[in-house]
Design a protein around this ligand. Structure first.
Ligand SMILES: Cc1cc2nc3c(=O)[nH]c(=O)nc-3n(C[C@H](O)[C@H](O)[C@H](O)COP(=O)(O)OP(=O)(O)OC[C@H]3O[C@@H](n4cnc5c(N)ncnc54)[C@H](O)[C@@H]3O)c2cc1C
Length: 529
């Protein structure tokens, strides 16, 4: 009997040792040479995972083009200090590992990935919102700034909208799609049809908390640590992880008048767009536009605007014209100007040169308008057409090049090759609301166009074809000197990045040396590594 208990107790101890080791191994793979085992002694060890499902999920993005860039581990932070601990640990190593914040993973080309490094799943902060350290969305007012919201970098813009609307307030600058994080869009610019009037989202931030590549938590603004502030805005995640942004708010309207007009002449279309964005007093709140081609226009997330009978009319016009242009405008209103809004709008569209009979109007709530892409997304999801490769190309084209761009790219390349699938956005905006100290690169001209070739492909073969077309477009613009800039940029060589940043490259590099000297952050952008 004693013998039995001895051997039973012995086996039990061995069992416990093995299961303890296995649980450690399950959390972090000690054989992955890029992350030292000592990381398990940190307080965050229980929030790190090397589970193969977690690794796979964290290495996916909306683009579905870059595959198999696997991190060594994923951090699910419950507070800002968890991220600080992780970065400090990496920074103190003689050979640090990479760290990438992942917002909502809506990048196209692996920008939020980190091979053999650690992905920080920012959404995990939101799951721990009761933790007092986490910011969430907090609305405040002060006499200097007026109304503003302190917002966690992990917050989705749709949640920022819902929370601020509880106070009758809303941010002023938006993206077309709201299921993107605040940290993710502020790392690029955040543009939409409101940009001409209010500036991009990066121009509507008062202050931020940022964890630098040294693991320091720094509060920055125009007047405090301004080098970090301007660097981070549009900084492609290179200088720090945004954990809080203080966003400008204004009184939210309740409803919008939403109008689309069709054109068969690009010159008339762009002249009208430029005219509309130049109206300062009592002008529009949103101006965008898109190209319409037979193959792409009536089966994408923007087409839900048109009723089935509108769609039949447009289809027959398109079969004749092959390419058309759709100007899209919005004027906000509420109870106070409900009686005069139609008259105001009539004045604004007077003299525009759209095709007679091809003006379509809607009157919807402010939220329905801002969240307009969501219904299209859900429809595409239900048809299995959302979760597909997206070889997107986003460009800023100077006003002086837009006619040339139209003839050479829209007509000669895209229309002729007949390969496009997805919306093609074209709308002007103005440099006035951008601060040149921010990292985002835009053309030198006062007015420039935002062009988005938002392709969806049915599979990898088609994706490759569209990507080759993108390459052809970029090469052409380069060859003839159209002075375009890529938005959401992606380059393969350092020389291309240096060219992209032009005269700002030196400052970009100096800021990297200052705030992330060991080049730990956002390696997926492939700028410094
Ligand atoms: C359907 C769709 C519609 C879109 N519409 C628009 C639009 O209208 N206007 C527009 O401007 N853009 C638009 N975009 C592009 C979008 O703004 C960018 O891709 C943005 O980066 C996505 O945010 P995210 O939270 O998914 O970022 P992620 O893809 O997760 O990350 C993007 C980059 O930012 C870094 N990052 C993430 N969080 C932080 C943080 N807290 N601090 C510092 N760095 C961070 C990442 O490391 C990575 O380098 C759209 C994208 C999609 C897929």
């Amino acid at each position: 009997m004693a013998k039995f208990f001895l051997s039973y107790g012995y086996n039990l101890i061995i069992f416990f040792i093995i299961s303890h080791l296995m649980s450690i191994l399950g959390k972090l793979n000690p054989w992955n040479p890029s992350i030292p085992y000592e990381i398990l002694s940190l307080n965050i060890s229980s929030k790190l995972s090397t589970n193969s499902h977690a690794i796979k999920e964290s290495s996916k993005d909306f683009g579905k083009i870059i595959q198999e860039i696997l991190p060594a581990a994923v951090l699910y932070p419950s507070c800002v200090n968890d991220i600080i601990d992780l970065i400090q640990f990496s920074h103190d190593l003689s050979v640090p590992f990479h760290v990438a914040a992942k917002g909502h993973g809506h990048s196209i080309r692996g920008q939020a990935m980190a091979k053999n490094g650690v992905i920080v799943e920012m959404s995990s902060l939101n799951n721990n919102i009761n933790n007092n350290e986490n910011c969430g969305v907090r609305v405040s007012w002060d006499s200097g700034l007026g109304f503003y919201a302190d917002v966690g970098g992990e917050q989705l813009w749709i949640d920022v909208l819902r929370s601020t609307l509880e106070y009758g307030l809303a941010p002023v600058s938006w993206t077309d799609y709201l299921y993107l994080t605040v940290g993710g869009t502020l790392s690029n610019a955040g543009i939409s049809g409101q940009t001409f009037r209010y500036g991009p989202q990066i121009s509507n931030v008062h202050e931020m908390d940022v964890i630098t590549g040294k693991g320091e938590l720094v509060t920055c603004s125009k007047d405090m640590n301004s080098e970090l502030f301007f660097g981070v805005l549009g900084g492609l995640g290179q200088f720090g992880i945004i954990t809080r942004a203080r966003i400008v708010l204004d009184k939210a309207p309740t409803r919008v008048k939403w109008v689309r007009m069709l054109y068969d002449d690009f010159s008339k279309f762009t002249k009208d767009q430029e005219h509309l964005i130049s109206i300062h007093h009592n002008g529009l709140d949103y101006v965008e536009g898109s190209l319409m081609m037979e193959q792409s226009s009536l089966n994408n997330w923007r087409s839900s605007f048109f009723s089935p009978s509108n769609q039949t009319e447009i289809a027959s016009l398109l079969s004749k014209n092959k390419i058309m242009y759709c100007l899209e405008i919005v004027k906000y209103y509420d109870d106070q100007n409900a009686n005069t809004i139609d008259e105001e709008l009539k004045k604004l569209v007077k003299g525009l040169k759209y095709l007679g009979g091809f003006m379509f109007k809607k009157d919807v709530s402010f939220v329905e308008f801002l969240n307009r892409v969501r219904s299209g997304e859900l429809e595409l999801q239900s048809k299995g057409k959302w979760d597909v490769p997206h070889p997107w190309l986003n460009l800023f084209v100077p006003k002086s090049s837009i006619m040339h761009f139209h003839a050479a790219v829209f007509v000669d390349i895209i229309l002729r090759q007949n390969k496009t699938a997805g919306p093609i956005l074209v709308y002007p905006t103005s440099r006035k609301r951008w601060d040149d100290r921010m990292s985002t690169m835009i053309p030198e001209e006062e007015t420039f166009y935002c062009v988005g070739l938002l392709h969806s492909s049915s599979g990898y073969k088609e994706c490759k074809i569209l990507d080759n077309q993108n390459e052809e477009i970029l090469n052409y613009c380069d060859k003839v000197g159209l002075n375009i800039k890529q938005y959401l940029p992606h380059y393969k060589t350092k020389e291309d990045w240096i060219k992209h940043f032009g005269k700002k490259w030196n400052i970009f590099q100096q800021r990297k040396d200052l705030f992330d000297p060991k080049m730990i952050l956002s390696p997926g952008q492939r700028i410094f590594n």
